[in-house]
Design a protein around this ligand. Structure first.
Ligand code: SF4
Ligand code: SF4
Length: 339
């Protein structure tokens, strides 16, 4: 295969930065407070939003309705760490008539009713259609539950049915627990048992493959040979553009298809010869493994891998920590923030 055909995105998230107030064990993009405050420059944001405005589709229920895999969302990292930029981004997106705009938050900033309401009203008045409040046992380790409760209550007041509580099941479970403050994941497991995790939509990629590997059965590298990722890498829904302009698909953190400021070039087809790691991934994971072992001295983990993404990421991390020669392994910092 010489060229990878990438369809135009129909729904997307834009990272304001990788910086976050927390450092969740399940974070697919390895966000944390340790990342630099490399906020997306406004001129880059504008360029990206103009291009997305031609291609993003609304929620089928209406362009003022939101849904996880519809429209445009602002994310990161935690977008409320830079509220002024978030406000500006919403104004821009609304000005370009992008439909179904929402923001995703961990609610860390919801420390009182008045401040929370004020920020949400400002955003709504600037053109934000809705909000996604993240609720799960990993966020609960980072953010006191009363802040999450406040975010949900006031977001419902401001955005009505355009509030997404993701995942609702945990919100109700934590309410039933009558929780206050944070709860460690170990304490959570003691309460619900491992069976309680069946509701978690936990994708075994990103930081989770290291921080949560104890939850999974492991397999040798060979178990994943023969698998490839063309479908994930060419997925047109819920793609992400990060603050460095990287075009990221399939939730595959640290794997850039190119400069999202030039979407025409990406969607015109990627010449795989220029991207050896991508070329290996759309062919066979074994090819990436061989590249890692033969050219970069990668050694297989004796304890095995929980998923194909674990194998892929472990090899990519090994390579990216040695060299910046592969432009698809971007941003490189991602590979130093996983563990
Ligand atoms: S999952 Fe969300 S809240 Fe947690 S570290 Fe990642 S970006 Fe931050
Ligand atoms: S194996 Fe790698 S390229 Fe494939 S879906 Fe997982 S992280 Fe993405």
């Amino acid at each position: 295969m010489n060229s990878l055909l990438v369809p135009r995105p129909v729904s997307a998230g834009v990272f304001l930065s990788y910086k976050c107030s927390g450092e969740c064990r399940h974070c697919m993009y390895a966000c944390s407070p340790a990342w630099g405050a490399d906020w997306i420059p406004e001129r880059d944001l504008e360029k990206i939003l103009i291009q997305l405005s031609d291609t993003i589709l609304p929620n089928p229920l209406g362009s003022d309705r939101v849904g996880i895999n519809y429209g445009l969302h602002f994310t990161g990292g935690e977008p409320f760490l830079n509220f002024d930029l978030l406000l500006k981004a919403v104004e821009m997106a609304h000005g370009f008539e992008i439909p179904s705009i929402f923001v995703e938050t961990n609610s860390f900033w919801c420390i009182n009713d008045e401040g929370t309401r004020e920020k949400l009203l400002q955003l709504r008045n600037s053109g934000l259609d809705g909000i996604l409040v993240s609720v799960n046992p990993f966020i609960l380790e980072q953010v006191p539950f009363e802040r999450t409760e406040r975010a949900v209550r006031i977001s419902r007041e401001v955005f009505g049915e355009n509030l997404i509580v993701y995942q609702d099941v945990f919100y109700h479970q934590f309410k039933d627990f009558d929780l206050r403050g944070r709860l460690s994941f170990e304490e959570y497991l003691q309460r619900v048992g491992v069976g309680g995790l069946r509701f978690v939509e936990l994708i075994p990629m990103g930081r989770a493959v290291y921080a949560l590997e104890f939850l999974y059965r492991k397999f040798p590298a060979e178990h994943f040979f023969g698998e490839s990722c063309g479908d994930s890498l060419t997925r047109e829904w819920h793609v992400h553009v990060d603050n460095y302009g990287n075009y990221l698909t399939g939730y595959c953190g640290g794997l850039s298809l190119g400069d999202a400021g030039d979407l025409d070039s990406i969607c015109g087809g990627i010449t795989l010869e220029d991207y050896p790691i991508l070329e290996a991934l759309v062919t066979d994971l074994e090819k990436l493994y061989v590249l890692g072992v033969e050219d970069f001295g990668y050694t297989e983990r004796g304890e095995g891998y929980i998923s194909k993404c674990h194998l892929c990421l472990d090899i990519r991390k090994h390579i990216a920590q040695q060299t910046g020669e592969f432009k698809e392994l971007s941003p490189r910092e991602f590979y130093f923030r996983l563990e």
